[in-house]
Structure formats: structure tokens, C-alpha cells
Design a protein around this ligand. Structure first.
Ligand code: HEC
Ligand code: HEC
Ligand code: HEC
Ligand code: HEC
Ligand code: HEC
Ligand code: HEC
Length: 441
């Protein structure tokens, strides 16, 4: 623990010095580290396993690639989790336990979601007089990355990726993200690791587009065809490239006033199937057969039209220009970054599905968050309750909480990225109804 503290403070010094140098030299925002490709080696590796003359243990253990942490995910969290955050902060994707005591929700609100939910368990009773304790265990809230320095461990209830073989014991940030950012997007739209300089991130609205000489990083440094986590050896090699998508420049924010919209373009479902090949496909059990990406997943004019109309239970006054709900995103069905995706991504655009933008589809992230969420199954909304809002509130006071399910109002609201309960029906059903008219009340 002691040496870990030391390596943390070292990282901070390094980060600050590095950021100041870079900012001074290039006049770019101080938060740039990966810049769409590989960052400064020393941000993640310790070359001599030595800090101020002392071994920088646990980093540098043999076979550990001289990493500044016990495992790859801990290295990432050295920068991506910072104690003392008072609200959503930049590129932070995990809240330190001191900043989310019992009764307080995790603080980050990125599109992927705060891993801190994987440390929050909830219990409740579903009715008066019931003696059965209902549970929503911490590990059911998303992808349990192994980051031992930060108190995250594998999901012992799910030893493998459901619908695939990926071992949960090896699940880390670098299972999904390439730490060296080798995958790049070229000006013809193709993605590979072929040599060509990466001029910056390709994830944001402000990111430059590739030109014939320079590529940009793929969406969120995700692994592409042929990718595998080095520590695991060549098993579970990816067969699908990262999706086409664009996030707004400011993507970690409360949605109490306006929504954060990622323009998901195409290919997310195939990318998730790198590890979940058998889920939500025809081979999957009937209960998990919902179409997602590809054949049969198109919204078509019927579902697109309904999505546009449906604002909330009891309000069908929506039109295409104001229909978007970040709790039920869809894939636009386009890979055109400059004309379609970038103009749609942002913190105010609210356009619903449109057949002129592309062929809109339901995809994995229509229902799930990529990292973690406040609900079971990493769902964007509570799928285990008939009502999302009941009598105007997300939660109920006391222990009898059939709808809030152990989360207090503050926690449930944070799980909905601070969108107020008043934005929805007084009694609001599942968001499946944002796309499905049948069964709507
Ligand atoms: C963002 C963090 C990060 C940065 C920056 C980074 N690395 Fe790594 N590196 C890792 C992680 C994590 C692993 C372990 C990978 C795994 O388990 O798949 C690793 C593994 C390696 C390995 C052994 C596995 C392999 O891929 O061959 C080498 C060599 C390496 N890094 C070199 C470098 C060099 C050189 C730089 C600077 C140009 C660099 N790294 C920058 C995180 C980083
Ligand atoms: C030395 C600090 C540092 C470390 C260590 C670090 N990051 Fe980052 N990361 C940042 C900063 C700063 C940003 C925002 C600016 C940028 O993208 O360079 C960022 C952004 C990102 C993004 C968004 C990039 C984009 O282009 O959209 C991803 C994904 C990411 N980091 C993943 C990782 C993973 C995975 C690791 C561990 C292998 C890691 N980071 C380790 C500092 C760090
Ligand atoms: C199961 C795969 C997976 C794992 C594991 C994973 N990520 Fe991500 N990450 C994604 C995807 C997919 C996105 C894009 C989410 C979106 O736009 O909706 C993303 C987005 C991000 C972003 C951009 C902000 C956001 O949340 O949208 C950062 C930074 C990041 N990841 C860092 C990390 C770090 C650090 C870890 C480990 C602690 C990690 N990721 C583990 C798949 C993963
Ligand atoms: C690198 C492999 C990998 C990729 C890529 C991946 N997953 Fe997973 N996923 C796993 C593993 C392993 C588990 C089981 C461990 C766990 O639940 O923490 C899992 C579990 C899940 C769960 C169950 C979570 C729970 O707590 O009940 C959901 C939902 C899920 N993944 C959705 C996705 C989605 C959506 C994507 C694409 C954005 C994706 N996965 C991409 C490996 C992966
Ligand atoms: C229409 C909504 C929807 C879509 C689209 C969707 N899922 Fe799910 N998924 C669910 C629900 C609901 C559950 C059950 C969640 C719970 O309550 O635990 C679930 C469960 C899962 C689980 C956990 C299964 C288990 O055995 O515990 C995984 C893994 C998963 N989904 C992955 C994916 C992937 C990968 C995609 C895209 C190919 C996807 N989902 C698309 C709604 C959806
Ligand atoms: C983003 C839009 C979207 C959301 C959200 C959504 N669906 Fe669907 N759903 C579709 C599309 C598209 C289809 C396939 C086309 C069709 O059946 O009209 C479909 C098909 C179905 C089917 C028929 C499946 C089959 O194999 O015939 C069922 C049942 C269903 N959805 C249930 C649900 C449930 C339950 C939820 C909430 C957990 C949900 N859907 C959320 C878009 C969505």
C-alpha cells in the first residue's frame, strides 16, 4: 500500500510535468496523453523499476511488462480514477471509494459509464410484510475489470463472457482498448495497424479527419481485427474492427439540462461480438434473442416513426427533431464522419432516427452501457422493475422499494445521468416502449 501511494504521487508529478511540457510546446489542451495512439511510454511503464532510489513495487514484477501497477487495468486507473472528484471530470471513468460513501452514487457520467457501480450492492423488500431480501449485487452492474490496486476483481458468478469464451479472470481495460493505440482510421475509411502516422484522436467532434498522409486513432483506442491482450497470449483474437462513432468534445457531464449524444454510426454490435459471439443471435436462447446490429435490426420507417413520436408515457407529441433520448440510443447506420456523424454528436442535438441519415438500427448500446451502470446487466435503465418512475419518483423511501430497488432518489437519478424524473411519465414504463408501440399503455 505504501509503495503504491508513492507510485501514485510519482504519476501525478510525471503527469503534471509532462502535460505542462506538451502544452507549452504544442499549445494543445493539457489533457492530451494518448493523442489517438501510443502515449509517452513512461506514463504506463517504469523503465528501471525505481522511484527515488526505491523499487517501485508492485510495478516491475517479472512478466508484468514493467508496468506501473499490479495489472494492466491498475495502470490505466492511475490516471483514469482520481480521488477528490466533486462531479463528472474529463476522462475519469471510475470514482474512488472515498468519493462515493454508502448512499452516494459514483460521480462520473461518461457514455461508457462509471466502473464504481461495480462496488455498489443494493438490497430491498418488494412489498410490506415480505421477508425475502431482494438483491442487486455489485458484480452484476457491468464489466468486472481486474484492477487489484484499486479494489476491482473478476466476476466470480460469470467465469466467462456469456455467449463466448473470454475468461473473466483476464478481463481488463486492455481486453477492449489497445494500450498502444495501434489501430488507425485512414482517409478511405479503412481501419488497420498499417504504418502511417496517427495525427490525433479520431473519437471526438473536434478531432481532425484523416488525410492521405496521416491516419487518426480509431474510436476510443479500441482493439480491431487481430487484436489480443498480450499477457493472455493468442487466444480470443478479435475478428471485428472498432465501430464508427463520434463522441462530443465534452462527454463526461450531468444530463440534468441537456443530453450527451454520441453519434453511434455503425459496427458496435459486431465489435461486442468479438467476445459475445453467441448472444442476441439466432443461436442464443430465446430470451436473449433480441436483434442487434445486422439483419433484422433495422428500425425501419415504422419503429423510427414511433421513436420520434414517443416522448414519454402519456406524451406522443414528439417529432424527429426533438425525439432523441440518450438512455435509448440507436445506431445511425452511417460511416460518414464529416457529413453525418460529427454534425449529430454533441450536447444539444436531439434528432431522432432518420432514414435520410442512414439505416437506423438497434444495437448492443441501445440497452447496455459499455463499462458499467447503476442497474443489473449494465443496462441503461432498470430492466428488473415494471416502472422506471412511480408516482413521480425514481425511488421510494424506506426499505420497501419495488421500483427504486435499494437505490435512494439521488443514486437512481445518477444512474439516469441526472435526467430528472419529471422528464418522464408520472408512472413511466420500461424504455422498450421508446421503440415498441405494442404493449404501451
Ligand atoms: C497507456 C499505457 C501504455 C503506454 C502509454 C505504453 N504501454 Fe506498453 N504496455 C501497456 C500495457 C497495459 C501492457 C501489457 C499489455 C497486455 O497485457 O496486453 C504493455 C506491454 C508492452 C510490451 C510487451 C507486450 C507487447 O505489446 O509487445 C512492450 C514491449 C511495450 N508495452 C512497450 C511500450 C513502449 C515502447 C511504449 C512507448 C512507445 C509503451 N509501451 C507505451 C501499457 C502502455
Ligand atoms: C498518464 C496518464 C494516463 C494513463 C496511464 C492512461 N491514460 Fe487514458 N487518457 C489520459 C488522458 C489525459 C486522456 C484524455 C486525452 C487523450 O485522449 O489523450 C485519456 C483518454 C483515454 C481514452 C479516450 C481516447 C480517445 O481518443 O477517445 C481512452 C479510451 C483511454 N484513455 C484508455 C486508457 C487505457 C485503456 C489505459 C491503460 C492501458 C490508459 N488510458 C492509461 C491519461 C492516461
Ligand atoms: C468490455 C470492453 C471495455 C472494457 C473492459 C473497458 N472499456 Fe473503455 N470503452 C469501451 C467502449 C465500447 C467505449 C465507448 C463507449 C461509448 O461511446 O458508449 C469505451 C469508452 C472509454 C472511454 C471514453 C469515455 C467513456 O466512458 O465513454 C475511456 C476513457 C475508457 N473507455 C477507458 C477505459 C479504462 C481505463 C478501462 C479499464 C478501467 C476500460 N475503458 C475498460 C469498452 C471497454
Ligand atoms: C474482451 C472481451 C469482451 C468484449 C469486447 C465485450 N465483453 Fe461483455 N463481457 C465480457 C466478459 C468476460 C463478461 C463476464 C464478466 C462480467 O460480467 O464482469 C462480460 C459480461 C457482459 C455483460 C453482463 C454484465 C453483467 O454484469 O451482468 C454484458 C451486458 C456485456 N458483457 C455486454 C457487452 C457489450 C454491450 C459489449 C460491447 C460494447 C461487450 N460486452 C464487449 C467480455 C467482453
Ligand atoms: C433490446 C435491448 C437489448 C439489446 C439490443 C441487447 N441486449 Fe443484452 N441484455 C438485455 C437485457 C434486458 C438483458 C438482461 C439484463 C439483466 O436484467 O440482467 C441482457 C443481458 C445481456 C448479457 C448477460 C447475459 C447473462 O447470461 O447474464 C450479455 C452478455 C448481453 N446482454 C450482451 C449483449 C450484446 C453483446 C448485445 C449486442 C450484440 C446486446 N446484449 C444487445 C437487453 C439487450
Ligand atoms: C432502439 C430500439 C429498440 C429498443 C430500445 C428495443 N427494441 Fe425490441 N426490436 C427492435 C427492432 C428494430 C426489432 C426487429 C424488428 C421488428 O420486430 O419489428 C425488435 C424486435 C423485438 C421483438 C421481436 C423479436 C423476434 O425475434 O421476433 C421483441 C419481443 C422485442 N423487440 C422486445 C423488446 C424488449 C423487451 C425491449 C426492452 C428490453 C426492446 N425490445 C427494446 C428495436 C428495439
Amino acid at each position: 500500500m505504501h509503495s503504491h501511494q508513492k507510485s501514485k504521487s510519482y504519476i501525478l508529478v510525471l503527469q503534471t510535468t509532462f502535460a505542462v511540457l506538451v502544452a507549452a510546446a504544442l499549445c494543445i489542451p493539457v489533457d492530451a496523453f494518448h493523442r489517438g495512439g501510443v502515449g509517452e511510454c513512461e506514463g504506463c511503464h517504469t523503465i528501471h523499476n525505481s522511484v527515488e532510489g526505491q523499487p517501485d513495487s508492485p510495478a516491475g514484477i517479472s512478466g508484468n511488462y514493467l508496468l506501473k501497477g499490479s495489472d494492466p487495468s491498475s495502470v490505466c486507473l492511475n490516471c483514469h480514477q482520481v480521488s477528490g472528484d466533486t462531479g463528472p471530470t474529463g476522462y475519469h471513468i471510475s470514482t474512488a471509494p472515498v468519493d462515493m460513501p454508502a448512499g452516494s452514487p459514483p460521480r462520473q457520467m461518461t457514455p461508457g459509464g462509471d466502473f464504481g457501480w461495480l462496488k455498489k450492492s443494493y438490497t430491498w423488500f418488494s412489498s410490506l410484510g415480505s421477508t425475502t431480501i431482494q438483491r442487486s449485487p455489485a458484480n452484476s452492474h457491468g464489466h468486472n475489470i481486474v484492477a487489484l490496486d484499486y479494489g476491482y476483481d473478476m466476476d466470480f458468478d460469470k467465469p466467462k463472457a456469456p455467449g463466448g469464451d473470454y475468461p473473466s479472470a483476464a478481463l481488463s481495460c486492455t481486453s477492449c482498448h489497445d494500450p498502444h493505440g495501434k489501430y488507425r482510421r485512414f482517409s478511405d475509411g479503412s481501419i488497420s495497424t498499417a504504418a502511417a502516422p496517427i495525427k490525433g484522436s479520431g473519437s471526438l467532434v473536434r478531432s481532425a479527419e484523416p488525410d492521405p498522409q496521416n491516419a487518426v486513432g480509431v474510436y476510443r483506442l479500441l482493439g480491431g481485427v487481430g487484436y489480443y491482450q498480450k499477457s493472455q497470449g493468442q487466444s480470443n483474437v478479435f475478428s471485428n474492427n472498432p465501430p464508427a462513432a463520434v463522441a462530443p468534445d465534452v462527454y463526461n457531464r450531468s444530463e440534468s439540462v441537456s443530453q450527451t449524444r454520441v453519434a453511434y454510426g455503425a459496427g458496435m454490435s459486431d465489435w461486442c461480438r468479438n467476445c459475445h459471439s453467441g448472444i442476441h443471435t439466432d443461436a442464443a436462447p430465446a430470451s436473449l434473442k433480441h436483434p442487434s446490429g445486422g439483419l433484422g435490426a433495422g428500425l425501419g420507417a415504422g419503429i423510427a416513426g414511433w421513436y420520434d413520436q414517443y416522448i414519454k408515457d402519456g406524451d406522443l407529441s414528439g417529432v424527429e427533431s426533438n425525439a432523441y433520448l440518450s438512455l435509448v440510443p440507436f445506431e445511425i447506420g452511417s460511416t460518414d464522419y464529416s457529413m453525418v456523424l460529427k454534425p449529430i454528436a454533441g450536447t444539444t442535438p436531439t434528432r431522432g432516427p432518420s432514414l435520410t441519415d442512414g439505416t437506423p438500427q438497434v444495437m448492443c448500446l441501445s440497452c447496455h452501457r459499455a463499462h458499467a451502470s447503476g442497474w443489473d446487466g449494465s443496462m441503461r435503465w432498470n430492466n428488473r422493475s415494471p416502472y422506471i418512475v412511480y408516482a413521480g419518483k425514481y425511488s421510494q423511501t424506506g426499505d420497501i422499494q419495488p421500483y427504486g430497488q435499494g437505490r435512494n432518489e439521488l443514486e437512481a437519478q445518477a444512474a439516469y445521468y441526472n435526467i430528472p424524473a419529471s422528464a418522464f411519465g408520472y408512472n413511466q414504463y420500461q424504455f422498450c416502449y421508446k421503440c415498441h408501440q405494442s404493449g404501451t399503455k
